[in-house]
Design a protein around this ligand. Structure first.
Ligand code: SF4
Length: 273
């Protein structure tokens, strides 16, 4: 029997939905899953925006964000995950430029000086429909009509067909806020920095749908842990799986997609198989 995790986060839930075997490698075997360039750009942008939103509202300017980015840069560049990427000078320059474009992209979506920030990087641990839930909320805002849950994204917005799935994360955060404070947020928003905002009203039905789905995924995970059996679920994301080298089904899938011209030549897992 594999040990159940003490808490279940939206990212662990996504990993399990994508592939139970990948979840097992990551969360039971605790094999490393080092972040690549896009994830570290996200870390850098999140940290700068966290500090920016802790400033008094009038000081949340793009000039101040630039100063904060300079201040935060050593934290990022001296981190072992960043050093492991072994970027050349030019690649490091590109990394900083892309990070700055993400940070500056906040002003395409809102004026942070006009936001009433209640908290940043709020850690939530609570029970949702019987699931021990954990998450970190990037920002909680006070709008005229109530509380708003905000999450920053430094990647591309999802396709139209995947938008509801992307918004489930923010609805789970809203459910956690309600469980902890007794107050239901009015809205959740995903800020795709420099691109667009995805927004959802927080309603009874939407909360019931997403917490119900979380409970069903958790129940399936409980069964897998009890049986110590985790199915491989090969698909296009095998090309980005850090465990492809130890997964026969994943390696076959990557080769099949490559032969059919349906796998990018720069997919990182190609180096693992
Ligand atoms: S390579 Fe694919 S099938 Fe194998 S663990 Fe990773 S995601 Fe799952």
């Amino acid at each position: 029997m594999a040990a159940l995790p003490k808490f279940f986060s939206p990212s662990a839930s996504n990993t399990y939905q994508q592939c139970p075997l990948r979840w097992k490698f990551r969360y039971v075997d605790k094999l490393p899953d080092p972040p690549g360039v896009p994830a570290l750009i996200g870390t850098f942008a999140h940290r700068v925006l966290e500090l920016l939103c802790e400033e008094p509202a009038p000081q949340r300017t793009s000039a101040r964000a630039k100063e904060l980015a300079r201040q935060v840069w050593p934290e990022i560049s001296q981190h072992k995950d960043f050093e492991a990427l072994a970027l050349t000078d030019q690649e490091q320059h590109d990394f900083r430029w892309r990070s700055w474009k993400a940070i500056e992209g906040l002003w395409d979506l809102e004026n942070p000086s006009e936001v009433e920030v209640l908290s940043t990087e709020k850690k939530m641990r609570t029970e949702l429909s019987g699931v021990p839930f954990m998450g970190i909320i990037d920002r909680l805002d006070q709008a005229k009509d109530g509380t708003v849950v905000t999450d920053y994204k430094s990647g591309k917005p999802p396709r139209v067909t995947d938008r509801d799935h992307a918004l489930e994360q923010i609805l789970l955060y809203a459910a956690a806020v309600e469980a902890e404070t007794g107050e239901r947020p009015v809205r959740g928003q995903l800020l795709y920095l420099g691109k667009e905002t995805l927004e959802t009203e927080v309603t009874e039905d939407r909360l019931a749908d997403c917490t119900g789905q979380l409970a069903s995924i958790w129940s399936s995970l409980n069964k897998d842990c009890a049986a110590d059996t985790f199915a491989a679920s090969p698909g296009p994301l095998c090309g980005w799986c850090p465990y492809a080298g130890r997964c026969e089904d994943g390696a076959k899938e990557i080769k099949r997609r490559l032969a059919a011209g349906r796998m990018r030549q720069d997919a990182p897992a190609l180096k693992l198989i």
